[in-house]
Design a protein around this ligand. Structure first.
Ligand SMILES: [Zn+2]
Length: 378
């Protein structure tokens, strides 16, 4: 796409043609034409025949147009090379906002037009969400959770979402609803990046998770639960959450898939957000097992969505940005396990990245890359 940037008109109405198009559900051949008005897709002509005279056309040739990719789990505020715990205590809001904007731009340049920010501080992602909504091409669409709800001293406590008692949990949901979040995130287990936390230990019981889910749903807002391990995965699902983040089925001894829980996940339709990205070097045994388990979950009918957890590790940068694409320093793609890196076949992986049914929560129209925007074709 880079070589075509100079041809892309600034604003106005123009057309983008390619040999094929994937619409989020189905592949279409026959030189389809996407018409863009004011930076947004205004029409799609699958036959590519109804071109109005004078419409500027950028023809990409033998490529497939894709909808913008969705990364269902990012942390725009985290510096992947930094120490999240120290940063969140040391950096003022203005520094965080600048970093978040850089990361959002990197995601957009990599073709990710929708990100779901599942953990910021001070609801800063809402500031970016509104800024980008006001100016469509300024950044990706952002779905915001705000600070995740967690126990005192628990996983990501430093983001400011600590709540322990039923009253505090109810108040935490009320606050997020009043702020206008798109989704509520609860830390059902500990995590890897917070000192003193064990990712295989539950932080809340089923009744506390249910209190959160019920309160959020009464307000019409979905809930997603960070859960590395059973029984928290099973508890969150029984509590009625809409999605599970990570879902690695960790135990103190390693990864161990719980088949009854997998069957229940498939039966309830609760989605699993995979958050996997390949670290440099040899694949750790537990991650290799987790990847195989995601393939098993997929075959069992569990609804998977691709996500990266971008920001939490050096090998999880926000978008490809200026990272070299080849050579020993090349980072993996920013969207977790993408085609070619996953045990899943390509087609379901692309579907999981783009199609509406796989979306963790609804979004509106898609942003199209501007002249300096992301790849819109592969
Ligand atoms: Zn995360």
């Amino acid at each position: 796409m880079n070589e075509y940037r100079a041809q892309i008109p600034h604003g106005g109405r123009w057309g983008l043609r390619a040999r094929r198009l994937f619409d989020g559900e189905v592949f279409h051949a026959g030189a389809p034409l996407v018409v863009v008005s004011g930076g947004r897709i205004s029409a799609v002509d699958l036959a590519g025949s109804g071109v109005s005279p004078g419409l500027p056309i950028v023809d990409l040739g033998d490529v497939t147009l894709l909808p913008g990719l969705i990364d269902a789990h990012v942390h725009l505020a985290f510096d992947p090379a930094g120490d999240a715990v120290m940063q969140m205590q040391a950096d003022p809001d203005e520094v965080l906002l600048q970093r978040m904007h850089r990361h959002a731009q990197a995601a957009l340049r990599a073709g990710i037009t929708t990100v779901r920010d599942l953990g910021d501080r001070s609801y800063l992602a809402l500031v970016l969400r509104e800024r980008y909504l006001a100016q469509a091409q300024a950044g990706p669409e952002i779905l915001v959770a705000g600070p995740p709800i967690t126990v005192s001293g628990g996983h990501c406590w430093f983001l400011g979402g600590q709540a322990d008692t039923p009253e505090e949990l109810a108040a935490a949901v009320t606050e997020r609803v009043a702020r206008g979040v798109d989704v509520i995130k609860v830390m059902a287990t500990g995590g890897r990046i917070t000192p003193g936390c064990k990712p295989y230990q539950s932080q809340y019981g089923r009744s506390e998770l249910q209190l959160i889910a019920d309160a959020a749903h009464r307000a019409g807002i979905p809930v997603t639960a960070h859960a590395h391990a059973n029984p928290a995965i099973a508890d969150a699902m029984a509590a009625g959450v809409d999605g599970i983040e990570h879902c690695f089925f960790l135990t103190e001894q390693g990864v161990s898939l719980d088949l009854p829980t997998v069957a229940a996940l498939a039966g309830t339709g609760v989605y699993v957000s995979t958050t996997t990205a390949r670290p440099p070097g040899e694949l750790p045994a537990d991650l290799a097992q987790a990847r195989e388990n995601f393939a098993r979950m997929h075959r069992a009918g569990v609804r998977l969505v691709c996500s990266s957890d971008a920001g939490v590790r050096p090998w999880k940068p926000a978008g490809r940005g200026r990272q070299p694409r080849r050579g020993p320093d090349r980072h993996p793609p920013p969207h977790g396990d993408l085609p070619g890196r996953t045990p899943l076949p390509h087609r379901p992986t692309i579907l999981a990245l783009t199609r509406r049914r796989a979306r963790p929560s609804g979004t509106n129209s898609r942003h199209l890359p501007g002249p300096a925007g992301p790849r819109s074709a592969i």
